[in-house]
Design a protein around this ligand. Structure first.
Ligand code: ZN
Length: 289
């Protein structure tokens, strides 16, 4: 039997689409994975045995090492998370955006970007003001409009050759952006999140969408906010990357970076930490041990 390596681009109920340089094979997975509790994920690089060259079928016999593994959405080897928030309709929600960033940092995704979408609905200055705290924190930022096309090419460039993930609330315009970035047939706007709201559909179905001219994007609804609730103050501080950097050098053990006047974090607010992000951090640690 012929062996080949490929990438899982789709998974539906135990069947996987594995892409090789020239073909896509429909594959089951060896029983040993289930016995060991290992589930093949979209984004996995795998070794397969081709069972039928004509029908393009095979069996996944090996899953290669993962750089990261996301529980929700179920995906592996995600290079980049792009958190999308609309500047209006629905209104920009900085607290929610920060929660998505915390989840992206927790997931161990190396590169994280912030995208202000529907930028045509606000003045340029307003959009810059919204993105400023994230620029200060060291995130890559993008202002885009699927309506006017502004900023879409810059986003396309940042997605080239990477496996990206769009995260963000429904209504932020993720699907409209994806439709502009992808050569595949346009999909129904708002369809992803609506289906997911019902529960069953997207949990069993995960897919990577091609970005033109290169790159892939996970077609998933994004993270679950539940994971934030169990975090301690120090874990949360570490996910605010500009606070985490400074917190390591704070002289007070178990500091909440909240009240101590000599706290290194407090002293950096307005310098390397934007006041808006510090306030967002304080709101999130409220009542936490
Ligand atoms: Zn401190």
């Amino acid at each position: 039997m012929t062996k080949a390596d490929g990438l899982i681009v789709k998974g539906v109920g135990g069947l996987y689409a594995v892409r090789t340089p020239n073909d896509t094979f429909s594959c089951g997975a060896r029983g040993i994975f289930r016995k060991r509790g290992i589930i093949p994920l979209i984004g996995d690089r795998v070794g397969m045995q081709i069972t039928d060259e004509i029908k393009k079928t095979g069996t996944i016999h090996e899953i290669y090492g993962r750089t990261n593994e996301l529980a929700r959405p179920r995906a592996a080897n995600v290079d980049q998370a792009i958190v999308v928030m609309s500047v209006a309709r629905p209104a920009w929600n900085a607290g929610l955006l920060d929660r998505y960033l915390t989840l992206a940092e927790l997931a161990g995704i190396g590169s994280v970007a912030v995208c202000a979408n529907k930028s045509d609905l606000a003045e340029d200055e307003t959009v810059s003001g919204l993105l400023d705290p994230y620029l200060t924190a060291g995130y890559e930022t993008y202002a885009t409009s699927a309506e006017s096309g502004a900023g879409v090419e810059a986003l396309r460039t940042c997605m080239a050759d990477k496996l990206s993930l769009f995260a963000g609330p429904s209504g932020a315009g993720k699907t409209s952006l994806l439709n502009m970035l992808s050569p595949s047939a346009p999909r129904e706007t708002g369809g992803i999140s609506e289906k997911n709201g019902r529960g069953k559909h997207t949990t069993r179905h995960a897919e990577l969408i091609d970005i033109f001219p290169s790159g892939l994007c996970a077609d998933t609804p994004g993270f679950s906010m539940l994971d934030i609730e169990d975090l301690s103050v120090s874990q949360l501080a570490a996910t605010y990357r500009e606070i985490g950097r400074i917190a390591a050098g704070c002289r007070f053990a178990n500091c909440r970076h909240e009240t101590e006047s000599e706290c290194a974090v407090k002293r950096n607010v307005g310098i390397s930490i934007h006041p808006a992000r510090y306030e967002s951090y304080l709101r999130l640690i409220e009542g936490r041990a």
